[in-house]
Design a protein around this ligand. Sequence first.
Ligand SMILES: O=C(O)CCC(=O)C(=O)O
Length: 301
Amino acid sequence: MSIVLKRIAKEPSLAYYYGQKGLRSVPARKLLSAGVATWVNARTATPAQPAPGSVAQRLVQDLEVTGFAAMPDKQLDAATLARVREQLAAYPLYDYYGSGKTYSLAQGIPADVIKIRHESADLFSCKPLMDLANDPDILAAVAARLGAKPTIASAEAWWTFGEHNQNASHAFDDIYHRDVDDLRFVKLFLYLTDTDLHSGAHRFVLGSHNDDRFTRRGAINDADVDGAYAPDKLLTVTGTAGTSFLEETWGIHRALLATQGRRLIFSVLYTLAATVPFGPGKPALPLPPGYDSYVNRRLFR
Ligand SMILES: O=C(O)CCC(=O)C(=O)O
């Protein structure tokens, strides 16, 4: 039995995830996602549209038009960032590719290690990160784009050690690709370290969330992207620690290859259906006060 069938046999709701992954037409994905949104709205209160002129409405407009929304209003301050980094530094870090090897910043990261990740469950106790993921403006904007109340399907944080990347080797995320995590979904990204062109700045192809080019499975060549999109559509996000943005990562994106410094980034995946094989597993922590139990049903009890 293939690995996919084994996963579906164990968790039948994953049939939705793998089914939608095969659907590559933008109009068909839009049509079906509207159906799923109607189904979600029948189970939860239909979210109100953001008020005209509000922060949430500006985020919605940016996402709709370009697939990307900067969030200068949500910049985390230096003291909060220091607390977050201190808390995260106490947790073990794991090999990005699932070998099971663990690392610790305090003991030093071996020179051949380029990407390592946090365990997502460790992120759930980091209040400033979870507060950002549950920010009312962000949730309102994401709900408006999904057409229904979102569920956070996963939260991730990982380090990229450009300073170790002497051979300039690319990981999957360093090559243009589309994510196919649900029929409709939005990701939040937050830089937890200053990020420049050499330490793994994120790149997004503006407008590619709405177009039907390069929708086949797998990586997309730089040359294809450069040939198809004008240079002003290639948005490269550099910024200080605390910079955050929303992105519809069905659109074409990547991290620029990091060859210097180190980048720590946090991301949150907001979905309609919340069936992903890389989710956090059974929630262990109680729902913090003030958080929506539906939005957080995969993260908290
Ligand atoms: O590391 C990055 O900036 C890219 C991340 C990415 O490709 C993803 O989260 O899907």
